[in-house]
Design a binder for this molecule. Structure first.
Ligand code: PLP
Length: 410
């Protein structure tokens, strides 16, 4: 097995040393292949979070004292950093709890204001439940209906089918930029052109793309983009909704409370402009500051390098798995760093349990994509997903564990 890793620092272990979570209690390396679920955190992020919770801590926006003013500057600097990272503008960045909340916000606010009986929403077979259920909920309230774009044979969203079947009744298209199960990468630019050709808006679920590839909102041409901080090497409890400024300006608030108002009386309340209108209550202050540190970390390595590094590992793993007769592989040959597979006669949960004994962590299950499992004709898959700290030793440990599992079940 040989693979050329663009991130040379991974090879000599220097980068892995930044991640305290990658070591077992006995000091041995933990082969963490579940980064698509949540990424391990570098010390830089942990330290930023500790500082923000410790000596720098105060609330934002409200205080007249210096510490609060400084925290407010830190919180808004995080918004600017996110905007710079994805090629957006500060006013287009709404801090939310995660991608799930971002999509629920768009469905409830934009969907509630714009969808009517007879309208249609286009999803795809490979969507995560977070990009299905919010649309079912708003469809139920508004009378809109949902259509599902199928996949190509190798597991990509079939944009030829989309182009042939989209109609002016479709008001919204919501697709995963990178599949959390198959690793397939959407041609987002083409999806935007197709959606806009009938006047529909395009929401991209960027949960698996934001940690793995360079993003530029203007170049993508979408209308909404959602992702989570914890998959981008930042903390849990924070995520980002990017939305075009003109759309945000017209969207009604999602939640009511402090910080999102201009003036409150019992007779009438007026709201703050976006993005504050969508950030009701005390925000995720320390999480935003730690997300800033995570983006600095990823930004210094270069998102294009991360993509090349992880997709190289995914290609290597696919080649190795193909050599084992009893493995079924899902998804396209070229993908982001996510590989789903099944071993003949072995339930993915059994594989996951045996691998755990060897300090290898994979994900086994439906990956919050039950309609995709139905389409693949399996109840579950095993999934290995790479991060910027992954290397060949993780693949070697996984293969040793798979071979042992196959011997046990033979
Ligand atoms: C493609 C995709 N969309 C949405 C989500 C939901 O993210 P979160 O649970 O962080 O809100 C995930 C998480 O696994 C995901 O992989």
């Amino acid at each position: 097995m040989s693979v050329s890793l663009p991130l040379a620092v991974v090879r000599d272990g220097a980068l892995r040393d930044d991640f305290p979570g990658l070591v077992n209690a006995d000091g041995s390396p933990w082969h963490y292949l579940d980064t698509a679920a949540s990424a391990q955190k570098p010390r830089q992020v942990i330290d930023a979070m500790a500082r923000a919770l410790g000596k720098d801590y105060a609330t934002v926006h409200r205080g007249v004292y210096t510490r609060s003013a400084e925290m407010t500057l830190g919180y808004e600097a995080a918004r600017r950093r996110v905007a710079g990272f994805i090629g957006g503008r500060e006013g287009e960045i709404v801090f939310v709890r995660g991608a799930t909340e971002a999509i629920n916000l768009v469905a409830a606010s934009w969907g509630g204001a714009n969808l009517r009986e007879g309208d249609r929403i286009m999803l795809s077979t490979l969507e995560h439940h977070s990009n299905i259920v919010p649309w079912q909920m708003i469809a139920g309230k508004t009378g809109a209906a949902i259509d599902v774009c199928p996949l190509t044979e190798d597991g990509r969203i079939d944009l030829d089918w989309l182009e042939a079947n989209i109609t002016p009744r479709h008001k919204l298209v919501a697709l995963a930029h990178v599949s959390n199960v198959l690793g397939s990468v959407l041609d987002a630019r083409r999806a935007a052109v197709i959606a806009h050709s009938v006047g529909a808006k395009l929401l991209l679920d960027g949960c698996q793309a934001a940690p793995r590839m360079a993003l530029d909102m203007a170049a993508l041409g979408c209308d909404f983009y959602a992702f989570s901080g914890h998959k981008l090497y930042g903390p849990t409890g924070i995520g980002v909704l990017w939305a075009r400024e003109d759309l945000l300006a017209e969207m009604p608030p999602y939640q009511g409370g402090g910080a999102m108002i201009e003036r409150v009386t019992f007779a009438r309340t007026t709201y703050a402009p976006a993005p504050q209108r969508f950030e009701a209550g005390t925000p995720m202050i320390t999480e935003a500051i730690a997300l800033h540190a995570a983006i600095d970390y990823v930004g210094a390595l270069g998102p294009d390098n991360l993509f090349a590094h992880e997709s190289g590992l995914a290609a290597t793993l696919r080649d190795e798995l193909r050599n084992l007769n009893s493995v079924r592989l899902f998804g396209p040959d070229e993908s982001a760093g996510i590989v789903s597979f099944a071993l003949e006669g072995v339930h993915p949960h059994d594989l996951g349990t045996i691998l755990d004994e060897e300090y290898v962590a994979i994900r086994a299950g439906h990956h919050c994509a039950q309609p995709l499992m139905d389409a693949l004709g399996v109840p579950a898959t095993a999934r290995a997903s790479f991060g910027l700290y992954s290397d060949e030793s993780d693949i070697a440990a996984l293969l040793r564990g798979i071979e042992r599992t196959l011997r046990i079940f033979a």
